[in-house]
Design a protein around this ligand. Sequence first.
Ligand SMILES: [Zn+2]
Length: 442
Amino acid sequence: MEKVAVKPEPMAERGGDAEHIKREVLGIAGRRKHHTRRASRLQSHAKDPEAHHRLYRFRFYPTEEQAEQLERTFGACRWVYNEGLALRSDAWERYRVHVGFAETCRALTGWKRAEGKEWLNDVSSVTLQQSLRHLDQAYQRFFKGRAKYPKREKKGRARDSATYSRRGFRWVEDPQQPGTGSITLAKQSQPLDIRWSRALPGGVVPVRLSVTRDRAGRYFVSTLVEERIAPLPAVFAPGTREPKAVGLDVGLASLVTLDDGTKFDHPRLLRRYAEKLARLQRELHRKVRGSRNRNKVRQKIARLYVLIGDVRRDMLDQLTTRLVRENQVLVVEDLSVANLTRAARGKGRRRKARLNETIFDAGWGELVRQLRYKCEWYGRQLVFVDRFFPSTRRCSACRALGPKMDVSVREWTCAACGALHDRDVNAAVNLRQEGLRLLAAA
Ligand SMILES: [Zn+2]
């Protein structure tokens, strides 16, 4: 008989022992018994079905003083995130104790009192707590199997950001120009110099702000507001009472192909950026590791990536708005981003392929993210078709399955019925049909 080595499952410490470890070893203060928190006003729980959270992003130009204060804030948020991560993983690795969000917040109070950590008090405590909340959200995604174990945030790797909940900023609406106004962040004396590229809905108070600095050194403030968005009137297929449906094939050759044959190409600008990026990458590999020149090239590359992201996001924004306006049912393939990028890992040989993928990557995740919320806002239906559905190989005319095709094959002829297919249009037609079938079955 085969012997099976049974590895003992690590048991979690609970109850009094866990409390003791937390208090004595990890330095997490106990819950205060007499909490002097003001009772919050009762809020109506009947949620307005047309109320949606919406994010508006504006560029701003900090004064030197504000830039310095933000630099400290970004650093402190990163430090607190990493410290919280260390605490939570240590607690589990060494003592088998679960540490949650509220406990990391109590530990934060201790860190701020520690010697040499006075600088934590120069930063709004609201942003530090939000940092711990982001960490907790990263853990939740990990527990649900939707993400890898949270990683330390490294300076210069992750985008600099700080989130301010309602207590962390002052908002004064401009009566002359409703929807614009002044925003003053906690621990700052002057309001931010914001370029109001558009107005927020008049009369609303931002629920939350996040301030970011991208790798090109630009500052943005994203304001989250609760806004009433009325659904659009339903669209029907011409001359029928059937909802108008569209199948969307997302790809590298064309950004999006519709089942009626319409193709949306990648912005020409991306092609130019791709060439520039390839040149910079070559330059980077010629420079000595750790040298100043190499660093300069790295910064140029970072800025270029930021521009690429902007171009892609803007064009996807226009495209998804149009698609959602014109259709009642939208069908896409349920690709997971993780699967798409895994194929492109590797060194040297794959570098060019990876580069192309980064540039021309249709941004499937971003596309779906935008479609998801716009469909919800405007009362449209988004249908996902399983990624194992053979949308490319199946003939949309006679439903016969063709052989597997290399990505380079753009056109093919069905061996069963002789129909000539454009690879992407055929896939989009299949997606539309399958989506409608799923919808009817549901
Ligand atoms: Zn056929």
